[in-house]
Design a protein around this ligand. Structure first.
Ligand code: APR
Ligand code: ZN
Length: 250
């Protein structure tokens, strides 16, 4: 791995417009379960019932059961991989992060330019009376598995993208535009199976960006990547950061 770290770090240092694209594997070492691959949520919950807008509108129960597992086992914190990306952004080596994750951990680690393709859990709306809630206001209810608005409605929906729902247009547009102009893209912790999110790395590849994949398991798009790391994100990213910023600090 050492050899590859040196090669990738030196290519990253030379990049003018580097981007990072992340998925659930980025937060795995923070204790947030992934969806697919070993131990993935979709092996334990019925994705049709827990993550489709239509099902949520019929019965929000299965979504909250899964959400409790996803984020509320404990207050999740950024891991070393998140902090490495935050220091790389501060050091001027990262234009931004395009993430599929809804856990807000990139922002918590200090990254300022984060495109959340699938939204985030921090705000919710009652679909009946439009009352807004923050995650903190509903966290206790989520623990109980039943989130109810003051108006009595159970349809308190987080501002995340369910299957069958379109992505926030502007975010996808801006992220795709950035991907079309980047010269270096690092994909971290994604099975690259969900579209349109997975079209972002393809856009960067078509534009001729140098591509790096940090993912424990094979993906359908492995062929797009010049370098592939199977080691954990929380190990590889600090390794790269140390070679890039460590050099600066000498
Ligand atoms: N380091 C690197 N890779 C890891 C790690 C780790 N510590 N842990 C897991 N992985 C890899 C897994 O091998 C898997 O290929 O991360 C990948 C996570 O893939 P998914 O669980 O499919 O997550 P993601 O690609 O983000 O899913 C996309 O699907 O269900 C929807 O909306 C949900 O945003 C999500 C979308
Ligand atoms: Zn209401």
């Amino acid at each position: 791995m050492e050899e590859k770290l040196i090669e990738v770090a030196s290519a990253w240092e030379k990049a003018e417009r580097a981007l990072v694209f992340t998925g659930a594997g980025m937060s795995a070492e923070s204790g947030v379960p992934t969806f697919r691959g070993a131990g993935g949520l979709w092996k334990r919950f019925d994705v049709e019932k827990a993550a489709y807008l239509k099902s949520f509108l019929d019965d929000p129960g299965p979504f909250w059961e899964m959400a409790r597992e996803l984020l509320l086992k404990k207050e999740v914190q950024p891991n070393e991989g998140h902090f490495a990306l935050s220091r790389l952004e501060k050091g001027g080596y990262l234009q931004g992060i395009i993430t599929q994750n809804i856990d807000g951990l990139h922002q918590k680690a200090g990254n300022r330019t984060v495109y959340e393709l699938h939204g985030s859990l921090d705000k919710l709306d009652c679909l009946n009376c439009k009352k807004e809630y923050t995650w903190g206001q509903v966290a206790a209810d989520v623990q109980k598995g039943e989130v109810k608005c003051k108006c009595g409605s159970r349809k308190v929906k987080p501002r995340i993208v369910f299957f069958g729902e379109s992505l926030p247009g502007r975010v996808l547009e801006e992220a795709s535009e950035l991907a079309g102009k980047c010269d270096f893209l690092v994909v971290v912790g994604s099975s690259l199976e969900v579209y349109p999110a997975a079209s972002i790395p393809q856009t960067a590849w078509q534009r001729g960006a140098k591509m790096v994949l940090i993912n424990s398991e094979k993906t359908q798009l492995d062929g797009l990547f010049k370098w592939v790391f199977r080691e954990a994100a929380g190990e590889v990213l600090p390794g790269l950061e140390e070679k890039i910023l460590g050099g600066d600090q000498k």
